[in-house]
Design a protein around this ligand. Structure first.
Ligand code: CO
Length: 138
């Protein structure tokens, strides 16, 4: 049995240039609620969280011009940036992926702004999709 044990799409991340402009589209045009907008200085981003069903859309605006999201926008423009999978045990998930030779951006989990732990799988290992693994607080 695979130990990644992903069981939910926690959120879908969308890279944007100007969070406030894009929030207006999602909130006022599409009618989605915005539960919070946060600075995440350790990742050099500002995010807006918009729940839909039992998942969320995460709008991500770079605040660090040298960071990964800024580079993504430069190369590819705005759009789908990552898919976040919720796992029960991120240490076991990363260990299992490492054993399988999967290239990881984060070999060990980072702690996010709300406390949960997360790590990114390299998009080259995941056929062009940046995959975020996310463990809820236990
Ligand atoms: Co994310």
């Amino acid at each position: 049995m695979p130990r990644v044990n992903a069981h939910k799409v926690k959120h879908i991340g969308i890279a944007v240039k100007d969070l406030d402009t894009v929030v207006r589209f999602y909130r006022d045009v599409l009618g989605l609620p915005v539960t919070h907008i946060d600075e995440v200085p350790e990742q050099g981003v500002r995010i807006a969280c918009l729940p839909i069903g039992d998942t969320e859309i995460e709008l991500v605006q770079p605040t660090d011009p040298t960071g990964g999201v800024a580079a993504f926008l430069e190369e590819r423009g705005e759009g789908l940036h990552h898919i976040c999978l919720q796992v029960d045990d991120i240490d076991a998930a990363l260990a299992d992926l490492a054993t399988q030779g999967v290239r990881l951006i984060d070999e060990t989990p980072k702690v996010g702004s709300q406390g949960p732990r997360m790590a990114f799988v390299h998009p080259k290992a995941a056929h062009g999709v940046l995959v975020e693994l996310y463990e809820l607080d236990r």
